[in-house]
Design a protein around this ligand. Structure first.
Ligand code: 6S0
Length: 114
């Protein structure tokens, strides 16, 4: 379960929790590949392979436009960032490793026990 969610009863405090979580993700040393949308004109094949691109700046825009209804819809987009990363990047690449590190960090933030 999400221990953080237990302290937030209403949507507003859930959205405040999402802002804190996003700020912690963005501050992580391994966040660099995920801070802005992948430019599919530069990264060949990305648009074909990745059906639902997502990145931290897009998540921030969605948060500011009130497009997340609760913590779960926010978590789904964060996990989409890491799932896209795993799909496109080799595990032993710099970006692949950053994605694994960030996913582990996010789960620790949510106190998720696998
Ligand atoms: C998350 C991701 N997955 C696949 C490809 C790229 C990226 N990240 C972008 C920012 C990016 C775009 N270009 C470069 C060039 C060297 S690292 C890097 C990172």
């Amino acid at each position: 379960c999400y221990k953080i969610a237990q302290i937030s009863k209403d949507d507003n405090s859930q959205l405040a929790v999402c802002r804190v979580l996003l700020a912690e993700l963005e501050a992580h040393k391994d966040a660099w590949p995920f801070l802005t949308p992948v430019n599919h004109k530069v990264i060949l094949g990305y648009r074909k392979v990745i059906k639902r691109p997502m990145d931290f700046s897009t998540i921030k825009r969605k948060l500011n436009n009130n497009l997340y209804f609760n913590l779960d819809t926010f978590i789904a987009d964060v996990n989409l960032v890491f799932d896209n990363c795993e799909k496109f990047n080799e595990d032993d690449s710099d970006i692949g490793q950053a994605g694994h590190n960030m996913r582990k960090f996010f789960h620790e933030l949510l106190h998720l026990k696998k």
